[in-house]
Write a protein that binds this ligand. Structure first.
Ligand SMILES: Cc1cc2nc3c(=O)[nH]c(=O)nc-3n(C[C@H](O)[C@H](O)[C@H](O)COP(=O)(O)O)c2cc1C
Length: 170
Protein backbone atom coordinates (compact mmCIF):
# COMPACT_ATOMS: atom_id res chain seq x y z
CA UNK A 1 0.00 0.00 0.00
CA UNK A 2 1.35 3.47 -0.88
CA UNK A 3 0.91 6.20 1.75
CA UNK A 4 -0.46 9.54 0.55
CA UNK A 5 2.22 12.21 1.07
CA UNK A 6 1.18 15.86 1.40
CA UNK A 7 3.51 18.60 0.17
CA UNK A 8 5.02 20.53 3.11
CA UNK A 9 2.52 23.09 4.37
CA UNK A 10 3.65 26.65 5.17
CA UNK A 11 4.06 27.42 8.90
CA UNK A 12 2.08 30.65 8.58
CA UNK A 13 -1.03 28.62 7.76
CA UNK A 14 -2.15 28.21 11.37
CA UNK A 15 -5.22 26.16 10.45
CA UNK A 16 -3.14 23.60 8.56
CA UNK A 17 -0.62 23.57 11.41
CA UNK A 18 -3.33 22.94 14.04
CA UNK A 19 -4.86 20.18 11.91
CA UNK A 20 -1.43 18.58 11.67
CA UNK A 21 -0.97 18.66 15.46
CA UNK A 22 -4.41 17.05 15.69
CA UNK A 23 -2.94 13.92 14.09
CA UNK A 24 -1.48 13.17 17.54
CA UNK A 25 -4.17 11.62 19.79
CA UNK A 26 -4.05 12.67 23.45
CA UNK A 27 -6.03 12.24 26.62
CA UNK A 28 -7.81 15.25 28.11
CA UNK A 29 -7.23 16.74 31.56
CA UNK A 30 -8.82 19.44 33.67
CA UNK A 31 -6.30 21.34 35.79
CA UNK A 32 -7.64 23.06 38.92
CA UNK A 33 -6.25 25.39 41.58
CA UNK A 34 -7.48 27.82 44.22
CA UNK A 35 -6.17 31.01 45.78
CA UNK A 36 -8.39 32.03 48.68
CA UNK A 37 -11.93 32.38 47.31
CA UNK A 38 -10.72 32.23 43.69
CA UNK A 39 -11.14 28.77 42.06
CA UNK A 40 -9.93 28.08 38.54
CA UNK A 41 -10.12 25.13 36.17
CA UNK A 42 -8.81 24.71 32.63
CA UNK A 43 -9.23 21.92 30.08
CA UNK A 44 -5.75 20.97 28.82
CA UNK A 45 -4.36 18.25 26.57
CA UNK A 46 -0.74 19.44 26.91
CA UNK A 47 -0.26 17.18 29.95
CA UNK A 48 2.71 14.83 30.03
CA UNK A 49 5.02 12.94 32.35
CA UNK A 50 8.54 14.38 32.72
CA UNK A 51 10.29 12.29 35.37
CA UNK A 52 9.53 9.25 37.53
CA UNK A 53 12.11 9.92 40.26
CA UNK A 54 11.16 12.48 41.37
CA UNK A 55 7.62 12.24 39.96
CA UNK A 56 7.30 15.33 37.75
CA UNK A 57 4.59 16.21 35.22
CA UNK A 58 4.06 19.23 32.97
CA UNK A 59 1.38 21.09 31.08
CA UNK A 60 1.14 24.41 29.22
CA UNK A 61 -1.23 27.32 29.76
CA UNK A 62 -1.57 30.29 27.43
CA UNK A 63 0.02 33.37 29.03
CA UNK A 64 -3.13 35.43 28.39
CA UNK A 65 -5.27 33.08 30.54
CA UNK A 66 -7.13 34.86 33.36
CA UNK A 67 -6.56 31.66 35.39
CA UNK A 68 -2.74 31.96 35.32
CA UNK A 69 -2.34 34.19 38.44
CA UNK A 70 -4.29 31.67 40.53
CA UNK A 71 -2.19 28.71 39.34
CA UNK A 72 0.93 30.74 40.17
CA UNK A 73 -0.19 32.07 43.56
CA UNK A 74 -1.64 28.79 44.78
CA UNK A 75 1.59 26.81 44.49
CA UNK A 76 -0.47 23.62 44.06
CA UNK A 77 -2.75 22.24 41.38
CA UNK A 78 -4.75 19.10 40.69
CA UNK A 79 -4.73 17.13 37.43
CA UNK A 80 -7.92 15.28 36.46
CA UNK A 81 -7.55 12.80 33.60
CA UNK A 82 -11.06 12.83 32.17
CA UNK A 83 -13.04 9.61 31.82
CA UNK A 84 -14.92 8.68 28.63
CA UNK A 85 -18.24 10.10 29.87
CA UNK A 86 -16.90 13.56 30.88
CA UNK A 87 -17.37 15.42 27.59
CA UNK A 88 -19.52 18.07 29.31
CA UNK A 89 -16.74 18.65 31.88
CA UNK A 90 -14.24 19.00 29.03
CA UNK A 91 -16.43 21.64 27.33
CA UNK A 92 -17.28 23.47 30.55
CA UNK A 93 -13.62 24.00 31.55
CA UNK A 94 -12.65 25.00 28.00
CA UNK A 95 -15.20 27.85 28.09
CA UNK A 96 -14.64 31.18 29.84
CA UNK A 97 -17.41 31.25 32.50
CA UNK A 98 -17.86 33.31 35.69
CA UNK A 99 -17.97 30.12 37.82
CA UNK A 100 -16.93 26.94 36.01
CA UNK A 101 -17.62 24.90 39.19
CA UNK A 102 -21.28 25.93 39.46
CA UNK A 103 -23.37 22.85 40.40
CA UNK A 104 -20.39 20.46 40.53
CA UNK A 105 -19.56 18.27 43.51
CA UNK A 106 -16.00 19.18 44.58
CA UNK A 107 -13.78 18.61 47.60
CA UNK A 108 -10.58 20.34 48.70
CA UNK A 109 -7.22 18.91 47.66
CA UNK A 110 -3.67 20.04 48.42
CA UNK A 111 -3.51 23.84 48.45
CA UNK A 112 -7.35 23.82 48.36
CA UNK A 113 -7.25 22.78 44.70
CA UNK A 114 -10.83 21.72 43.82
CA UNK A 115 -11.07 17.95 43.28
CA UNK A 116 -13.62 16.76 40.71
CA UNK A 117 -15.35 13.38 40.82
CA UNK A 118 -15.78 10.75 38.10
CA UNK A 119 -12.41 11.05 36.36
CA UNK A 120 -10.07 8.26 35.21
CA UNK A 121 -7.14 9.39 37.36
CA UNK A 122 -6.24 12.30 39.61
CA UNK A 123 -2.86 13.73 40.62
CA UNK A 124 -2.24 16.46 43.21
CA UNK A 125 0.91 18.46 42.61
CA UNK A 126 3.13 21.18 44.03
CA UNK A 127 4.12 23.73 41.40
CA UNK A 128 7.94 23.44 41.30
CA UNK A 129 8.97 25.21 38.06
CA UNK A 130 7.43 27.45 35.45
CA UNK A 131 8.79 29.22 32.42
CA UNK A 132 7.31 31.21 29.59
CA UNK A 133 8.06 30.12 26.06
CA UNK A 134 6.22 31.46 23.03
CA UNK A 135 2.63 32.30 23.92
CA UNK A 136 2.39 29.70 26.72
CA UNK A 137 3.78 29.13 30.20
CA UNK A 138 5.06 25.64 30.98
CA UNK A 139 4.02 24.54 34.47
CA UNK A 140 5.90 21.68 36.10
CA UNK A 141 4.39 19.93 39.09
CA UNK A 142 5.81 17.44 41.56
CA UNK A 143 3.18 14.78 42.25
CA UNK A 144 2.40 14.53 45.97
CA UNK A 145 -0.69 12.31 45.86
CA UNK A 146 -2.40 10.35 43.11
CA UNK A 147 -5.39 8.10 42.52
CA UNK A 148 -5.96 5.71 39.63
CA UNK A 149 -9.74 5.28 39.31
CA UNK A 150 -9.41 2.76 36.44
CA UNK A 151 -12.06 4.34 34.20
CA UNK A 152 -11.60 4.48 30.45
CA UNK A 153 -10.34 7.82 29.13
CA UNK A 154 -11.82 10.57 27.00
CA UNK A 155 -9.58 11.07 23.95
CA UNK A 156 -8.85 14.13 21.80
CA UNK A 157 -8.02 13.44 18.15
CA UNK A 158 -8.36 15.60 15.01
CA UNK A 159 -10.03 18.40 16.98
CA UNK A 160 -12.80 16.24 18.47
CA UNK A 161 -13.43 14.22 21.61
CA UNK A 162 -13.61 10.47 21.16
CA UNK A 163 -13.51 7.27 23.16
CA UNK A 164 -12.26 3.78 22.58
CA UNK A 165 -14.75 1.65 20.63
CA UNK A 166 -13.71 -1.39 22.57
CA UNK A 167 -13.10 -1.73 26.28
CA UNK A 168 -9.45 -1.67 27.26
CA UNK A 169 -8.04 -4.96 28.43
CA UNK A 170 -6.90 -4.44 32.00
C1 LIG B 1 -9.30 19.35 24.28
C2 LIG B 1 -8.77 20.72 24.68
C3 LIG B 1 -7.46 20.86 25.09
C4 LIG B 1 -6.96 22.12 25.47
N1 LIG B 1 -5.67 22.22 25.90
C5 LIG B 1 -5.18 23.41 26.33
C6 LIG B 1 -3.87 23.50 26.85
O1 LIG B 1 -3.14 22.52 26.95
N2 LIG B 1 -3.44 24.73 27.27
C7 LIG B 1 -4.24 25.85 27.18
O2 LIG B 1 -3.79 26.93 27.55
N3 LIG B 1 -5.49 25.77 26.68
C8 LIG B 1 -6.00 24.59 26.28
N4 LIG B 1 -7.28 24.49 25.83
C9 LIG B 1 -8.11 25.71 25.80
C10 LIG B 1 -8.59 26.10 27.19
O3 LIG B 1 -9.27 25.02 27.82
C11 LIG B 1 -9.55 27.30 27.12
O4 LIG B 1 -8.87 28.37 26.46
C12 LIG B 1 -10.04 27.74 28.48
O5 LIG B 1 -11.01 28.75 28.33
C13 LIG B 1 -8.91 28.26 29.34
O6 LIG B 1 -9.43 28.68 30.58
P1 LIG B 1 -9.39 30.23 30.96
O7 LIG B 1 -10.48 30.88 30.16
O8 LIG B 1 -9.64 30.24 32.45
O9 LIG B 1 -8.04 30.73 30.56
C14 LIG B 1 -7.81 23.26 25.43
C15 LIG B 1 -9.14 23.11 25.02
C16 LIG B 1 -9.62 21.85 24.65
C17 LIG B 1 -11.06 21.71 24.24
Amino acid sequence: MTAHVDACAPLDDLTAYRHTLGAFPTGITVMTAADGEQRVGVTANSFGSVSLEPPLILWNLKTSSPSLPTFRNSGHFAVHVLAWHQEEICRRFATPLPDKFDGLEVSDGLGQAPLLEGCAARLECALVHEFITGDHVVLIGEVKRYQNLHREPLIFFRGATRWFDQPLVS
